[in-house]
Design a protein around this ligand. Structure first.
Ligand SMILES: Nc1ncnc2c1ncn2[C@@H]1O[C@H](COP(=O)(O)OP(=O)(O)OP(=O)(O)O)[C@@H](O)[C@H]1O
Ligand SMILES: [Mg+2]
Length: 364
């Protein structure tokens, strides 16, 4: 089967020029369409779906800028190369700020034309690929690659830093502080990479055991109060835990991680102190459910942010990775078939309600 030819639309009112460019491009096996005015150009962009448009700035019926705008409205992935006559370079540069990808000055040299077209195809393809990644991020493939690329230089930086530290005059306070900053930043990046990797780590199927949620909560509170030692002095934690809560079949480490993420967020939302209340209960619905509620009276969440909270990398914090709640969602909803719901009011506080199916109560 013959590969589909790549399509280019040439827009220019100079018939001779158009003929020449067409021959040159067809020689390189492109499929070439022609438009001698702006109106035809827009029609052909719609009907022929070119990937690249070579656009003359001076058309009889409409300015090049207008055509550029319309082409981009029809399909923003079309790469537009501006073609100018003598002296039109300044306008061409302006148009590159408005979405054109490159510009060529007449008379056009064939090698320059070929290289501009090749470049434009490459940039366009990369742009489309990036967009697909945004829409369907195959994080599982991307993160390990990213981790590798980031960690190697980080190790090198740490090593070099250790040498600098050994050899430098540690009485120099500014130098010492600078070294500490580099160290902290390297540490932060390392942690970030680790969190990304945790996020895509294949789930551990084996570790589903009977787990008591009250016990997990007390372990979590212990861990978090150590992480946030000074904050925890200003935060009052009220635990209202159902003593008869049945154990459920769950992955202990994962549930612990999910709760840590939630409690950390609550602590981070109460920098001036506040109250975090944690409640557990068993709800008898068609199947019994365990309900766990974390309610803080911290800064709350802006209404427009509510819909984005579970998106990986959504964060409003200077130092957040935005993976905390994405991980929670994965653990609670995907791995444990539960539900997680967030209610929040700005400056009032946030309540996170988790429901986990209690499919195997004790004694079964
Ligand atoms: N209890 C809370 N109070 C106020 N805002 C919250 C609370 N929990 C989550 N948020 C908001 O949701 C965002 C996403 O939270 P998430 O835990 O996913 O990421 P993060 O805390 O920003 O970063 P990370 O947890 O990866 O360090 C936060 O940046 C914050 O805006
Ligand atoms: Mg968080």
């Amino acid at each position: 089967m013959k590969a589909m030819k790549r399509k280019i639309l040439v827009v220019d009112d100079n018939v001779e020029f158009v003929g020449l460019v067409r021959r040159l491009l067809e020689h390189k096996d492109f499929q070439v369409f022609i438009a001698l005015d702006g109106k035809t150009a827009v029609e052909k962009v719609r009907s022929e779906e070119p990937e690249i448009v070579l656009l003359d700035l001076k058309l009889p019926d409409s300015p090049g800028e207008e055509i550029l705008k319309r082409v981009k409205e029809i399909n923003r992935d079309i790469a537009v190369i501006i073609v100018t006559g003598f002296g039109g370079e300044q306008v061409a540069v302006d148009l590159m700020r408005k979405g054109a990808i490159d510009f060529l000055s007449k008379p056009i040299d064939s090698d320059v034309l070929y290289s501009a077209v090749k470049n434009a195809f490459e940039m366009r393809d990369a742009q489309i690929e990036d967009r697909q990644f945004e829409q369907h991020p195959t994080l599982e493939k991307f993160f390990p690659f990213l981790a590798h690329e980031i960690r190697n230089p980080l190790h090198a930086i740490s090593g070099a830093l250790a040498i600098i530290r050994r050899r430098s005059d540690l009485k120099d306070e500014v130098l010492g502080q600078s070294i500490n900053i580099i160290n902290e930043e390297v540490h932060h990046l390392n942690e970030f990479v680790q969190e990304c990797l945790n996020f895509v780590r294949p789930p551990d199927q084996v570790r589903f055991v009977e787990v008591g949620m009250n016990e997990v909560i007390s372990v979590v509170m212990n861990i978090v109060s150590h992480i946030y030692e000074s904050e925890s002095k200003r935060i009052k934690v009220i635990q209202d835990l159902d003593p008869h809560l049945p154990k459920i079949f769950a992955n202990y480490e994962e549930i612990k991680q999910a709760f840590i993420n939630i409690v950390k967020n609550a602590f981070e939302a109460m920098p001036e102190g506040g109250v975090l209340s944690i409640q557990t209960a068993c709800k008898a619905e068609s199947t019994p459910l365990i309900e766990i509620i974390f309610a803080d009276n911290g800064i709350g969440i802006k209404p427009e942010n509510l819909k984005s909270l579970f998106n990986p990398f959504f964060t409003t914090k200077l130092r957040g990775t935005g993976l905390g709640l994405a991980i929670c969602r994965r653990i609670i909803v995907e791995r444990h078939h539960g539900r997680i719901q967030i209610e929040s009011e700005e400056k009032k506080g946030t309540t996170i309600r988790i429901e986990l199916p209690s499919t195997r109560p004790i004694g079964e």
